[in-house]
Design a protein. Structure first.
Lengths: 312, 384
């Protein structure tokens, strides 16, 4: 992506996000938009790892959950200010991701998937069973997000915060992708041996991108803990991890805007499909399968390619 | 997705829903919203609740509705996830603009809904068990099931009759089990009971032999109480039998369904538990006011679904009846009036017991709502 189209994309996203609330008739729609923003932020981070560096993570909900629970527990049980708890959560997750990244990222393919899966499941089990701290399956309430005397209340306030954060995340991600780091990551995706031969310290870059994506998930998690009235462990479980990876793959790997589209689409779809009641999972599965069969590169890259081909 | 497409999808959804609801509905129906855990780990709660709500709303409509208005049920499945529940509650309040909400199969999903209904001023009848839902009293929140504290009191009363003073407890470390555990500790002193062993396990543990061995080896255990939901009480019961623990085993009202007996098999013989009249409807004395209500509900449920109605099905039935009665008394769906009328519910005889609500009691059941039952020959037998 050239510098110009990056700013164009960012600008288009900003205009879209700014205009969106005008079209949303009530707070329920805003709520769905906020949830889509949450997922989009995590997916943009995850896409750096999966799409650009070519490393799979099936445990990202674990990092999201860890950030969320760090905030909820520190604010609820220890009375920390939310912002400090958020930073502490991000620091904990960052350190943890850094510690496990080296051994884990030595693995490839299925083995890497299994290792990250294991990490995610362990985090989920701890959250579920340490009921004395986390509240167990019943969950825990973190209360509203506040800085000093300013309290964030209502879906629309949250929307502006999350939309802003999404823009910042996209800016960060596209910046990273266009930098030497991004080129190193893509070289590493193409061929790890090849990248090493030309002098890319592959291990360092892999660790870096792993930590960055984990911290992004953690920050989103911390905020989510304040957004949801009750935080429960389902947000940190294996299925959430799969959902996140699906969003990235569905929208299109190695496409930052693809990750956003994937996240937004798959957040909305279950809400729209509730009208089919019992058939909902079948239809959801059908749409996913259809997309993967007919658009194996994901939604955005396929449509972009189609668009480019049509143009003379 | 562009805004246009989102709007088209949304309106398509609205059209599809209206079509599904049927053309027979007259203008301005009473809209009852519901979010239940019809699928997922808590589906043993949500599934019968969903069946009951759908069945009886259809029956009310066949009979002409309530206060001359048809009833429209808007029901979502939260799959037991609190965050989904909170989204659906926002949807019910903001988008579907329902008049009243009945739902929340689990304590987790209910507590996710509480701040939302309180802020919106939406009458809400919860179908979940824990005491925290109605204590402290929340203006807009009511509930139909018995609390875990009442179950603990009923068990202690039974123990006292048998001269038991020292007991052990084994409970799930979360949710219903944890809440039951804590409530038991709060009321034990009132009955002169002493806890001598306290063990916990995770809801999905396939084996609790280690914990039970510890209890077995503790001196002075005269009875054991198990707090759990779903599969775990059956696991405890089986392990209990395998270890040959001599002290009587008490279960909570959380296992008052035939599924528990099926899962635990022979090991469940002799287990005692507090249960609502519904599970022993045919054994109740003719003088019991609940007998007719329970027997009728049980018969209607079995005719439609070819399965025995669990107490959870009964909770949904009671919730719907009380809510519709309140709307009928209020003469409108004005939320404040309906809330006041639900709070004035008095003398309603339901499957869970006789309900007397008040400004300080948003559940309205007392200990008489529970019967002590014992499992004999694979069935519940009344024993008080």
């Amino acid at each position: 992506m050239s510098g110009l189209s990056r700013w164009a994309g960012l600008g288009a996203l900003a205009i879209f996000l700014a205009a969106l609330p005008q079209a949303l008739p009530n707070n329920y729609y805003v709520d769905v938009a906020v949830l889509a923003c949450f997922n989009a932020i995590i997916c943009v981070g995850l896409n750096l790892l999966i799409g650009y560096a070519g490393q799979i993570s099936l445990g990202h909900a674990g990092f999201f959950g860890l950030g969320a629970y760090a905030s909820a527990v520190l604010v609820n049980s220890y009375g920390w200010p939310p912002l400090l708890a958020l930073l502490a959560g991000a620091a904990i997750v960052g350190l943890m991701a850094f510690a496990i990244a080296r051994p884990v990222l030595k693995l490839k393919g299925h083995y890497l998937a299994m290792a990250t899966l294991g990490i995610g499941i362990i985090i989920s089990i701890v959250i579920n069973t340490e009921a004395g701290i986390t509240g167990g399956p019943d969950g825990i309430a973190a209360g509203p997000f506040s800085i000093g005397s300013f309290k964030l209340a209502g879906e629309r306030d949250w929307y502006w915060l999350m939309a802003g954060l999404l823009l910042a995340t996209v800016w960060l991600a596209t910046n990273l992708v266009d930098s030497p780091v991004g080129r190193a990551l893509r070289a590493l995706h193409g061929s790890e041996v090849g990248a090493e031969v030309v002098g890319v310290d592959t291990a360092r870059y892999k660790v870096m991108v792993f930590v960055v994506s984990a911290v992004i998930a953690s920050v989103a998690g911390s905020l989510f803990a304040h957004y949801t009235p009750q935080l429960t462990p389902t947000k940190a479980d294996f299925f959430k991890s799969i959902e996140l990876v699906t969003m990235v793959v569905f929208g299109g790997m190695a496409s930052t805007f693809g990750a956003i589209v994937g996240a937004a689409f798959l957040t909305m779809l279950p809400q729209v499909l509730t009208v089919f009641e019992d058939y909902e999972p079948v239809i959801l599965g059908g749409i996913m399968m259809g997309t993967m069969i007919f658009m194996p590169k994901g939604l955005v890259p396929t449509i972009a390619a189609l668009f480019n081909r049509r143009r003379p | 997705m562009s805004m246009q497409a989102w709007k088209i999808l949304a309106s398509a959804a609205a059209v599809a829903f209206t079509a599904a609801a049927g053309p027979a509905l007259a203008a301005d129906p009473i809209k009852i919203g519901s979010f239940l855990s019809a699928t997922g780990p808590a589906s043993f709660l949500g599934d019968p609740e969903k069946k009951v709500l759908e069945k009886y709303v259809a029956e009310y409509n066949k009979a002409g509705g309530v206060a001359g208005r048809k009833i429209e049920l808007v029901l979502y499945d939260d799959a037991g996830a609190a965050d989904k529940a909170s989204s659906f509650v926002k949807r019910l309040i903001e988008n579907d603009k329902v008049d009243l909400i009945i739902g929340g199969s689990t304590t987790g999903t209910t507590m996710a809904a509480v701040p939302l209904v309180e802020a919106a001023g939406m009458p809400f009848v919860s179908l979940a068990g824990a005491v925290v839902i109605v204590e402290p009293v929340k203006k807009w929140v009511f509930k139909t099931p018995h609390t875990d504290r009442m179950a603990a009191e009923k068990i202690f009363a039974d123990m006292k009759k048998k001269g038991i003073t020292k007991y052990a407890m084994i409970s799930e470390n979360a949710g219903f089990g944890k809440s039951g555990h804590d409530e038991t500790l709060k009321v034990q002193a009132n009955y002169g009971m002493t806890l001598v062993a306290d063990e916990t396990y995770a809801p999905k543990d396939p084996d609790v032999t280690a914990q039970l061995t510890k209890i077995k080896n503790t001196a002075g255990v005269q009875a054991v109480i198990n707090w759990g939901f779903g599969q775990s009480p059956a696991v405890v019961t089986k392990n209990y039998k395998q270890l040959g623990v001599a002290a009587p085993l008490y279960q909570s009202h959380g296992v008052a369904s035939k599924d528990y007996i099926k899962l635990a098999g022979d090991a469940s013989e002799g287990v005692r538990l507090p249960a609502a009249g519904l599970v022993v409807a045919d054994q109740l004395p003719a003088t019991d006011m609940q007998k007719a209500v329970c027997a009728k509900f049980q018969k209607e449920y079995q005719a439609d679904f070819k399965a025995e109605a669990s107490t959870f099905a009964g909770h949904a039935f009671d919730g719907l009846q009380m809510a519709l009665a309140a709307i009928s008394r209020a003469g409108s769906t004005d939320k404040a009036k309906v809330r006041d009328e639900i709070e004035k519910t008095s003398g309603y005889i339901g499957t869970g017991g006789t309900v007397h609500m008040s400004a300080t009691d948003h559940m309205g059941l007392n200990l008489s709502a529970f019967h002590m039952v014992e499992i004999k020959k694979g069935d519940f037998a009344l024993s008080d």
